[in-house]
Design a protein around this ligand. Sequence first.
Ligand code: UDP
Length: 316
Amino acid sequence: MRILITGGAGFIGSHLCDRYLAAGHDVIAMDNLRTGSIDNIAHLAGHPRFLFVNHDVTHYIYVAGVVDRVLHLASLPSPVDYLNYPIQTLKVGALGTHNTLGLALAKGARYLLASTSEVYGDPLVHPQDESYWGNVNPIGPRGVYDESKRFAEALTMAYDRYHDVDTRIVRIFNTYGPRMRADDGRVVPNFVIQALKGEALTVYDHGRRTRAFCFVDDLVEGIMRLMEADVDGPVNIGNPMEITIVEFAKLVIEVAESASTLAYVIPDDERTRDDPKQRCPDITRARELLGWEPRVSLRDGLAQTVAYFRQKMVTA
Ligand code: UDP
């Protein structure tokens, strides 16, 4: 098949490029490199079945020839990024989704939207299953991201119902692994780099909040299965092993064999306003419909992530 991956030079997008190429498909990675990096796909340069297109998906998308699958990953999913680029975040979720759906319609391609656990907002239901409608503040700092993805889901379902585009929606929960951006501000790169430098780990809000972290290889396997499965409606993909941020910080220090300590800090208001108190996926649908569940433990995934950032720091 010929597969278009928007955000193909990003953290998750680049791993999808690798896996689809390894499965024998042709891959077009589209990215405007605002937060994606050419380093993530540099190893694919010259690959006979790989094409990189530098394009901003909020503008009309032209792709010559056949396209069988469209995966819309382009996004600014880090809280630091969507606080810095709120309008671009809304545009890539709204206009970018519209353009990619239009392309899928024109090409007769199957379409997958990368949505997010943020559609559940600061959830009042725990763990979150796909039937929960969420608790989102539309005008808060996270609203630009959350609402753009909620709009993107609505638009995807509209194209499915009214234009008969064959669509899939994956709701991605916190994912980590090699190729995360060192400066994207999220807890995994922050803590890993702080631990490797021997600096104190910046734990917000006494580390009471919880998250559940999925290793990128597990996520990519789930996305690829979902794309080929006969499934209607959104599917959560994540690792249901929930952990408090303070426990997570201690695990990072242990895995990195670091002498770092914890610093309980109060970040600026905007950074943590509406920060969900707890988050954990209910993955019953993924288990039953895709026969999928995460295989990589947090300890093993963190070891690979630590090795990646250690290597990056040596070569930087
Ligand atoms: N966090 C933290 N220290 C950091 C970065 C994040 O304690 O240096 C916390 C943050 O407040 C949140 C959790 O870690 O409760 C996960 O944050 P992240 O930015 O990774 O993504 P989110 O899950 O909020 O989208």
